[in-house]
Write a protein that binds this ligand. Structure first.
Ligand SMILES: [Zn+2]
Length: 391
């Protein structure tokens, strides 16, 4: 297609976000006449940007054919990197993962380890790829600057300052590259391919090493003025609380983050508390061991985990009162939490949400799994390419 009009872009955008889509529905939702839409759809079909896939069930009359974006119109390479490792995917426009790989750091990585892993992962995915992706998206922990693809800070790596990740990837592979905060990348994956598809207002709560919040307002990811909105882990719950690694007192992470949970359990065991939780030679406690012990009925683990879930439920109720979302999606470690933990979280959440807001908000668990961040990073490339079509 030589030129893509604004109308074409509207159709592409609507078809990406909704299912099923027909010509009459597009005409209604985009406030255009059916003939106008039909002409634009025919052009998009001829250009193989749209495809027809079956017919809408009808009780009579002419059946409307179902329209979808051609999944192979664009392919994208998505990376997600954190302290534990790198995951990479090549995905098509429908979110189908065509190629995937994970790499785990055996020890805490250095700056060079992370960069080598990103380049190595990208090279592996591109090697023998059935077609060259349109670009590379990189979801990355810590502060980022999307505008010029810079990762400002990476947690726990002190000499990681203003690293031009996008420029490094572009130089190596000759493809356009973009960066996005890891929680925002997961949120984009939910918006396009997960529990947030078709929704206009939702929140995505993520627990990894820290606690983050993805915010979707009016169908778009809300990044804030500086691009790093959603620091849920650092909302202050009590001014006389514990000192947080961010320098403030009483942050949510100091009572509900995985490191806090582990630290509370460890201190209690050192003080003589009875527990079945297994500890390492130096008294180390693994977060997953605490979760497993809580599930098995260990009293100490159950108490600490329940308290963390209560704090999180309360914080999410505050967020719900602020944003009035349709849904809150729970991701990261929360997606694997037991029913008992989720019940505790829901109970506190329900009691904290204002009656004027509460009735319709659902807390749902993400179903995208560990590929979520990389898939969301791939989505950054799709967004960029599709928005550039009409310009
Ligand atoms: Zn903090």
């Amino acid at each position: 297609m030589e030129k893509v009009s604004r109308r074409h872009c509207e159709i592409i955008e609507y078809t990406r976000s909704h299912k099923p889509v027909t010509r009459p529905l597009l005409a209604e939702r985009l406030s255009a006449s059916l003939p106008t839409i039909s002409v634009a759809v025919r052009e998009l079909l001829e250009s193989e940007i749209l495809v027809e896939d079956g017919y809408l069930k009808s009780s009579g009359g002419r059946r409307a054919s179902l329209l979808e974006l051609n999944p192979d119109f664009l392919h994208s390479l998505g990376l997600s990197v954190g302290m534990s490792g790198v995951r990479g995917v090549i995905a098509d426009l429908s979110g189908r993962v065509i190629k995937e790989r994970s790499l785990y750091f055996e020890v805490a990585p250095t700056r060079q380890d992370v960069l080598d892993a990103l380049v190595g992962m990208t090279g592996f995915l591109l090697d023998g790829a059935e077609r060259i992706p349109e670009g590379i998206g990189c979801g990355i922990s810590g502060l980022v600057r999307q505008r010029d693809g810079v990762s400002i800070r990476f947690p726990y790596i002190d000499d990681w300052r203003d690293v031009p990740v996008a420029a490094i990837l572009k130089e190596h592979f000759g493809l356009d590259a973009f960066v996005e905060n890891d929680v925002n990348a997961c949120t984009l994956a939910e918006l396009r391919f997960g529990a947030g598809r078709g929704l206009h207002n939702f929140l995505y709560a993520f627990i990894g090493r820290g606690i983050g919040l993805g915010i979707v307002v009016g169908g778009d990811l809300y990044r804030g003025a500086g691009g790093n909105a959603g620091e849920l882990g650092h909302i202050a719950l009590c001014s006389d609380g514990l000192l947080c690694q961010c320098g403030n007192y009483g942050c949510l992470e100091t009572v509900a983050g995985p490191e806090s949970v582990v630290s509370q359990v460890r201190k209690a065991i050192e003080s003589g508390a009875v527990s079945s939780i297994e500890t390492g030679p130096g008294g180390e406690v693994a977060f997953m061991s605490v979760l497993e012990a809580a599930e098995a009925g260990d009293r100490l683990a159950e108490n600490v985990v329940s308290r963390a879930a209560e704090h999180l439920g309360s914080a999410l109720a505050n967020m719900a009162n602020l944003f009035d979302p349709e849904v809150i999606i729970l991701g990261g470690l929360l997606a694997n939490a037991s029913d008992r933990i989720l019940d505790t979280l829901r109970r506190v959440f329900d009691s904290g949400v204002l009656p004027s807001i509460a009735p319709d908000i659902e807390l749902v668990v993400s179903r995208l799994g560990e590929v979520s961040g990389a898939l969301g990073a791939a989505e950054v490339v799709f967004q960029n390419r599709l928005s550039a079509l009409g310009s």
